[in-house]
Design a binder for this molecule. Structure first.
Ligand code: NI
Length: 173
């Protein structure tokens, strides 16, 4: 097991579209374990393999940890939204976009199809925070960040600010 570095905007690898997983082997289990460990260490409630520079469709989610309840860890492969319903607006942040939290419009309920680490098919009917995290993490697998879903004006001001901060960090060594 190993902690991995989480990529930060504007790293171009965050824009890659992740490939579907076709081989369900030990390497996949190691990737999922590292992803979960990194997610808990940050801490975060969801993490996509894209965020650690691995362009494969693997995500981990544990939304209960943050609510002070016993965690329920989901390690999912090839997740996709097959139905969505309603609309909610809620504040989101992202480990790859540090320091930014903004209201994002999402579907209120989603039905997700995924596979477990052995390739077995799984279905989830999610609403509330879990539904939002599913949408957020699946966006990562498609190279999309939550700031891409904001209004153009808000998005460009945030991107300017993030670029400035990245330059300053680089200049400060
Ligand atoms: Ni994120």
């Amino acid at each position: 097991m190993a902690l991995r570095d989480v990529l930060a905007y504007p790293d171009p690898r965050l824009r890659e579209k992740a490939r579907p997983v076709t081989v369900f082997d030990e390497a996949l289990k190691t990737l999922a374990r590292d992803l979960a460990e990194t997610m808990y260490a940050e801490p975060g409630i969801g993490l996509a393999a894209t965020q650690i520079g691995v362009a494969q469709r693997v995500i981990t989610i544990d939304v209960r940890e943050e609510q002070g309840q016993p965690g329920e860890l989901l390690k999912l492969v090839n997740p996709g939204i097959i139905e969505s319903e309603g609309e909610i607006v809620g504040e989101e942040g992202c480990l790859s976009v540090p320091g930014i939290r903004e209201d994002v419009k999402r579907a209120e309920k989603v039905k997700v199809r995924a596979q477990d680490l052995d390739g077995r098919e799984l279905f989830f009917d999610a609403e509330g925070m879990l539904a939002v995290v599913f949408q957020h993490e699946i966006d990562h697998l498609d190279g999309m960040l939550f700031i891409d879903r904001l209004s153009p004006l808000k998005r460009s001001s945030i991107k300017k600010r993030l670029r400035r901060e990245a330059e300053q960090a680089a200049n400060n060594g």
